[in-house]
Design a protein around this ligand. Structure first.
Ligand code: UDP
Ligand code: MG
Length: 340
């Protein structure tokens, strides 16, 4: 072990993944042994239990010890996947590369050596993956994804590749750059593009979930999209300004047209319907724009309050559990740590 020169930490967020945990743990340990031989990598795995309400945390403590260093941190409640990714990033050692992958088996572990190869052989700093084909997804969903990335990338220098997921590897210096970003509303995919360095993508086909069910629904996805958009781009504000300009121009020309009709042809315009239509359009647009402004004010307030992104209630290192078991102590003695 001592002559392993490269460090890699794999961060796995877990929310109600009790039934997938053993599979992913077994696959990662196997992968770690392979990486040690091929790339001289010392692998560490960090599981983040994001306030699961099933047996995820209990099963994590029961995992078999292995040559791979495995640790787990359990949040005080469900803080969301972005918070879990940040916790893993902060728990990883400074000189280690960090790879993020889901705990539900959808991100193929077989791909890990390929990502590592891009980092160590080709000297890339950010190796992201993108879904090779999204044919299984409805056209409406694909259109929403296109629209989202179109808006986020509008006028930005650091373009976020569309279809790229959270399954990605960051070299030690890229991970360190990501750690330095202080914001609390984090849009991980965006931030890891924003930091720059040498980036490359590799296509993959997501596997079906090994167990359990997805925790996303239409509204949580919509929430994440709004969060991503407003924390990362000012495109909605720009659209508001452009719409304002267009409506003002329209109103100006329409006003000129009405005056022209009256002055040159003596035609009176029916006042009531056009007035109501105008008022409703302006009212609707104004409400929409106030809503958009509100989203940004909410973001500012969130950042201003500067609350911690997560709290860790319990931490565990698999070897420590073994030690505790051997000395016949109870598991309640497992070390705990809170992140402030
Ligand atoms: N996840 C999490 N906190 C949450 C929701 C999800 O840590 O509040 C984890 C989940 O356990 C999984 C990953 O994030 O490892 C992706 O979640 P999911 O499979 O539900 O999303 P999908 O693959 O459908 O995008
Ligand atoms: Mg999944």
């Amino acid at each position: 072990m001592t002559d392993l020169t490269n460090k890699l930490t794999i961060v796995v967020p877990l929310y109600n993944e009790a039934d997938s945990l053993e599979n992913i743990h077994r696959d990662l340990v196997k992968c770690g042994e392979q990486l040690a031989v091929v790339y001289s990598i010392q692998l560490a795995v960090i599981f983040i239990n994001d306030g699961s309400v099933d047996e995820t945390w209990e099963r994590l403590q029961d995992l078999d010890p292995s040559p791979v260093s495995v640790s787990g941190h359990s949040f005080s409640r469900n803080f969301g996947k972005e918070a879990a990714l940040l916790a893993g990033l902060e728990a990883a050692e400074d000189d280690s590369a960090v790879l993020f992958m889901d705990g539900d088996g959808q991100h193929p572990v077989d791909l890990v050596p390929l990502l590592v190869g891009k980092w160590l052989d080709d000297a890339y700093d950010v190796v992201y993956t993108y879904k090779e084909n999204r044919k299984g997804e409805g056209t409406r969903y694909r259109f929403s994804v296109k629209l989202f990335y179109g808006l986020v990338n509008w006028g930005t220098r650091a373009e976020i590749p569309s279809d790229a997921g959270d399954f990605r590897l960051l070299s030690p210096r890229a991970a360190s750059a990501l750690r330095q970003l202080p914001e609390r509303h984090r849009f991980f995919k965006g931030l890891s593009s924003w930091i720059g360095f040498r980036q490359t993508g590799i296509p993959y086909v997501p596997l079906p979930r090994s167990a359990g069910k997805t925790s996303w629904n239409f509204f949580s996805l919509l929430g994440l999209s709004i969060e991503g958009l407003t924390s990362f781009s000012i495109a909605p504000l720009r659209i508001a300004s452009l719409l304002g300009i267009c409506l003002s121009l329209l109103a100006f020309f329409y006003g000129a047209f009405i005056i022209g009709q009256k002055v040159f042809y003596d035609i009176d315009i029916a006042g009531y319907p056009s007035l109501i239509a105008g008022v409703m359009i302006i009212g609707g647009v104004q409400l929409l724009m106030i809503g958009i402004l509100g989203e940004y004010i909410g973001r500012i307030l969130g950042e201003l309050k500067a609350r911690p992104v997560y709290f860790v209630a319990d931490s565990i290192h698999i070897d420590e559990v073994i030690k505790i078991n051997k000395s016949a102590s109870s598991k309640d003695n497992s070390p705990s740590k809170s992140k402030v």
